[in-house]
Design a protein around this ligand. Structure first.
Ligand SMILES: [Zn+2]
Length: 150
């Protein structure tokens, strides 16, 4: 997160309103913006989740809007840190987002254990879905691991 653009400049973090098929407006989508060449892209970690969300949206009836931070744990954390934190450097911002993610992952893991203790499968599935937004399954030397963004 907040790495460098192809032109060498470090990205800024910002948020965009994304219009989907002129029917749904998705607000507060975190994007990386290059202050030099103005290249802009959705955060790598969010792309898959955002596409999955878009594909599942109903497109009949009246156009409507939604707030992406209500659908994605990572977007929520990034938005909260970005808007509420007093830090003023990219590194401090990145560190604070990482800390918030770690705290949220731990809280979700605690909940997951509770859900497992009472044997609530649908609760466990819901928590797993949220954990998946904050971690990514990767394969390292044949072992399956989860790693976090930022
Ligand atoms: Zn650039």
């Amino acid at each position: 997160m907040l790495e460098h653009c192809e032109c060498g400049q470090r990205y800024d973090l910002d948020f965009r309103l994304v219009d989907y098929k002129k029917h749904v407006s998705i607000d507060n989508v975190p994007v990386l913006v290059c202050p030099r060449c103005e290249h802009e892209e959705v955060l790598h970690w969010l792309k898959r989740d955002l596409i999955a969300l878009l594909q599942g949206l109903p497109l009949d009836g009246e156009p409507y809007g939604l707030d992406y931070t209500e659908f994605n744990e990572l977007a929520y954390i990034i938005y909260t840190v970005f808007t509420c934190s007093p830090v003023d450097t990219k590194d401090a911002l990145k560190a604070e987002i990482q800390e918030s993610c770690k705290a949220r992952i731990n809280a979700l893991l605690d909940l997951y254990r509770c859900a497992g203790d009472v044997g609530d499968q649908s609760w466990m599935a819901e928590i797993e879905r949220r954990l998946a937004q904050l971690t990514e399954k990767v394969s390292v030397e044949g072992r399956s691991l989860r790693c976090s963004p930022a």
